[in-house]
Design a protein around this ligand. Structure first.
Ligand SMILES: Cc1cc2nc3c(=O)[nH]c(=O)nc-3n(C[C@H](O)[C@H](O)[C@H](O)COP(=O)(O)OP(=O)(O)OC[C@H]3O[C@@H](n4cnc5c(N)ncnc54)[C@H](O)[C@@H]3O)c2cc1C
Length: 324
């Protein structure tokens, strides 16, 4: 292993190896695994745009375009509307993917056919793109390629190597269970727990989603200095762990530096120590969408603060509550 930040190298010995390289799954195989990839990955770009709130209600729309594709319009982050997505084959470096002008125009034109007021590229306040690493099933069009995940198990002579193609966030735990089932014969002596993830909450999710308003009320009662919008954001982002972010604070100033948009030093420290936040981008885009509300200057201030306060993250199991 090589730490990409410090350059530090270390060695880990394992009985099995899982290649979860996402869009880089083939490159991982090519980089000295001793396996000639049998399967192929099909990289399909998807781009989204965000505009100021288009309508007041909280329903989503799905529209079918004349080209047969589906485009959705979803209320987003209280004050915005999310429009997506596109499907086009991608051949470049996955880390460089960006929404193109053509995709932005396509999304605007698609939804404008249905909405009362047209959406124009100039209305876009943010856009983002990603690459789906789909299993190449030979489908002629990107939109028709399978969205199911596929495993390839190779036995190159050393540890068995399981490569993962495709997948969805919504099925990641089922995928992980199945991966372990496939590797079971090579993990003798390790007791796999069958089908346990369906009922196990993710960190902070040990509550019913309908209890969010009650959690907000509890936060405002326990931390009376919190604005309702602040409590609401923390409840949605951290669930029952919101009180860990706030700790024993008795006033706003106890939460430390204010970075704008209700983001405080206490939350930044929590994200750095518990959720592997290493950069401002991790915080304002990966772990929240506060980038929609913060100015470039505020984000730059946050970046400088993080660089000056880097901490070693706690071991991985800490954030999963000790669940392997
Ligand atoms: C546009 C788009 C829309 C989507 N919409 C949905 C949706 O609505 N619902 C849904 O459930 N899913 C959706 N997905 C799918 C979902 O985002 C992916 O399934 C999920 O992120 C895959 O996670 P992963 O960990 O397998 O791969 P990734 O998140 O791609 O992680 C792979 C990781 O491997 C690392 N890596 C690569 N090579 C190496 C190496 N040599 N050494 C160390 N690390 C390496 C990379 O840095 C990366 O962090 C969407 C995806 C896209 C692109």
């Amino acid at each position: 292993l090589e730490n990409a930040v410090s350059g530090e190298r270390s060695t880990v010995r394992g009985r099995v190896l899982v290649n979860a390289g996402g869009p880089w799954v083939e490159q991982v195989l090519a980089a000295g695994s001793g396996v000639n990839a049998r399967a192929k990955v099909r990289l399909v770009q998807g781009s989204h745009i965000v505009v100021r709130k288009l309508y007041e209600h909280d329903r989503a729309y799905m529209f079918q375009n004349s080209d047969g594709r589906i485009v959705f319009v979803i209320p987003y982050q209280d004050d915005f509307t999310l429009i997506g997505t596109t499907d086009r084959d991608y051949h470049g470096d996955p880390s460089k993917v960006k929404a193109t002008r053509e995709e932005i125009e396509y999304l605007c034109a698609s939804v404008s056919e249905y909405l009362a007021k047209p959406v124009k590229p100039a209305d876009v306040v943010w856009d983002y793109a990603g690459v789906r690493p789909l299993y190449d099933d030979g489908a002629s069009e990107a939109k028709a390629a399978t969205r199911e995940y596929v495993f390839e198990l190779d036995l190159p002579g050393g540890a068995p190597l399981l490569s993962i193609y495709g997948g969805k966030i919504t099925t990641h735990r089922r995928l992980a269970e199945e991966a372990l089932e496939k590797l079971g014969p090579y993990l003798k002596g390790t007791k796999a727990r069958e089908g346990w993830t369906g009922e196990a909450p993710l960190p902070g999710g040990d509550m019913d989603v309908s209890a969010i308003p009650a959690l907000c009320a509890e936060l405002v009662r326990d931390y009376p200095f919190l604005a309702a919008a602040h409590a609401n954001r923390l409840a949605h982002a951290y669930g029952t762990r919101a009180s860990r972010v706030l700790g024993s604070a008795k006033s706003m100033s106890d939460l430390g530096q204010w970075f704008g948009a209700n983001l405080t030093e206490a939350e930044v420290k929590y994200l750095m120590s518990q959720e592997w936040a290493c950069t401002a981008e991790d915080i304002v885009w990966r772990r929240s969408k506060l980038g929609l509300r913060l100015t470039p200057q505020e984000i730059a201030t946050l970046e400088s603060w993080i660089s000056a306060h880097r901490v070693s993250p706690e071991p991985v199991l800490a954030a999963t509550g000790g669940q392997p």
